[in-house]
Design a protein around this ligand. Structure first.
Ligand SMILES: Cc1cc2nc3c(=O)[nH]c(=O)nc-3n(C[C@H](O)[C@H](O)[C@H](O)COP(=O)(O)OP(=O)(O)OC[C@H]3O[C@@H](n4cnc5c(N)ncnc54)[C@H](O)[C@@H]3O)c2cc1C
Length: 436
């Protein structure tokens, strides 16, 4: 693509458009050639920066008219190049960052898709409210997380962040706006589908009445299997407002979790049966969220995050663990690996969770010197392919697996409908070009 025609159109229509001279090098937050993974680089022809939904729709309509492929980029925490483009256009969604409406009585908030979750929690905290599920990373955007799923601190009780959406405004490639709700094909397939059908412009999210003060403790299990038992107890009993675990890369695969309730300590420890627990303490989650970890992120980070069907997926995970050890990859995960037991969501056909029961979600999120990436990424791909053959689904912010039959394994029975919707809304495959 020659960006000249797009630049001329943008200038005539008051839309900011940047090209390579304007891009600072090396910071994934502002350099459109890289993402959080920092092991891949692709140079787009130009980046368009709409500031509201009208500009977003106009930009999409124009790119479609000119036949230019484009990716949507928000906070760029992807690890597999999803937001990058080789020569096409990138739509930077950070300018859509407003809180559109707040309805405390209905416990909903409507937010533009480029806003960070941090903006939402800051807005809600004074009224002792929050979204029911928050991921570890509040500097990711609403749209970027809903486009992949959102596994978080209360997923064991409330499911994915994508399950907390009541309505959305989405824009299709022809620039048409659609207000969509659960049960609408565009709603159901815009969530967790890696932005294939439409761009989420805003989302109406559920909120709950909870403060940010956690009455919590560290729980410890000697093995992953024992943790899974405890996690299922927490899930079945509806225990804990916050429950996030990490598996250590040590013999026996011990697991530690932050577990607790907001406002008041209510979960009896005996119900969860950890092997060990620290004394109860209070943590201000809102204060902790103000710490920006960016300065500590100087590594490349190819990631492979998987949901494996339980109970058989545990054996798959053990095989992955063996291969990780053989390849010496555990040294690149000094803080361990996030693990979680999740329930297959209802009404979310593209959810990155195997259908029909419980799954073990595990994140191989490596922190390595960039020079190691070419050796390590093929090993991760092989692990991902093996897991998929055994029924796993991939979290779509991961590295691309380049596997035959990937879409069939990932989307299962939902694939024909997704393909038909892609044919209908993006027949020329311009939006977030991928395998579809
Ligand atoms: C340090 C760290 C911690 C993390 N912790 C967690 C965690 O606890 N739980 C969890 O679930 N995930 C976690 N993640 C993963 C993170 O949630 C995802 O990578 C998420 O996609 C990040 O959002 P983003 O705004 O950075 O998205 P981007 O990388 O900008 O985009 C992600 C995908 O969504 C598409 N997209 C972006 N905006 C839109 C839109 N408005 N409409 C349609 N498509 C869109 C993009 O094209 C891309 O395919 C973590 C990531 C990091 C780096």
């Amino acid at each position: 693509m020659s960006p000249d025609a797009i630049i001329a159109w943008a200038s005539a229509h008051g839309v900011r458009c940047t090209t390579r001279e304007a891009w600072p090098r090396g910071d994934f937050r502002t350099d459109p050639r890289i993402d959080f993974g920092r092991w891949l680089e692709r140079t787009p022809g130009c980046v368009l920066h709409p500031t509201d939904v009208d500009q977003l729709a106009a930009v999409m309509r124009e790119l479609a008219a000119q036949g230019v492929p484009f990716t949507t980029r928000a906070a760029a925490h992807s690890a597999g190049g999803q937001v990058l483009s080789d020569g096409g256009a990138v739509i930077d969604l950070r300018g859509l960052d407003r809180i559109v409406a707040d309805d405390p009585a209905a416990q909903t908030i409507t937010v533009e898709s480029g806003a960070w979750w941090l903006a939402v929690t800051r807005h809600l905290a004074p009224a002792r409210r929050r979204p029911p599920v928050l991921t570890d990373n509040l500097r990711s955007s609403i749209g970027g997380t809903l486009a992949v799923g959102g596994f978080g601190d209360a997923t064991h009780r409330h499911g994915l962040q994508a399950q907390q959406v009541r309505a959305m405004t989405v824009v299709t490639v022809d620039g048409t706006r659609h207000i969509v709700r659960p049960g609408d094909a565009l709603f159901d397939h815009a969530l967790c589908g890696r932005g294939q059908l439409a761009v989420i412009a805003d989302a109406t999210l559920t909120t709950v009445r909870r403060s940010a003060i956690l009455h919590g403790r560290m729980l410890h299990w000697r093995s992953l299997a024992a943790y899974i038992d405890g996690a299922i107890r927490a899930m079945d009993g509806g225990h804990y407002d916050v429950f996030r675990a990490r598996m250590a890369w040590q013999p026996g695969l011990p697991v530690s979790a932050v577990a607790g309730d907001l406002d008041a300590p209510i979960t009896p420890l005996a119900r969860i049966r950890p092997d060990d627990a620290s004394p109860l303490e209070q943590l201000d989650l809102a204060a902790l969220a103000e710490d920006d970890p960016h300065a500590r992120w100087d590594f490349a980070s190819p990631a492979l995050e998987l949901a494996l069907p339980l109970p058989d997926g545990l054996a798959t995970w053990y095989r992955l663990v063996e291969r990780v050890a053989e390849a010496g990859l555990q040294r690149f995960m000094p803080r361990g690996s996030s693990v979680m037991v999740v329930k297959s969501p209802v009404g979310l056909p593209l959810a990155p969770v195997p259908p029909g029961g419980l799954a073990l979600f595990g994140a191989l999120r490596l922190e390595l010197p960039p020079a190691e990436a070419p050796r390590v990424v093929p090993i991760l791909r092989e692990l991902g392919r093996q897991a998929m053959r055994e029924g796993a689904r991939v979290y779509l912010m991961s590295i691309e697996l380049e596997a035959d039959g990937f879409l069939e394994q990932q989307f299962g029975a939902a694939l024909p409908r997704l393909r038909a919707l892609k044919d209908q809304h993006d027949p020329r495959r311009l939006l977030n070009p991928w395998l579809l």
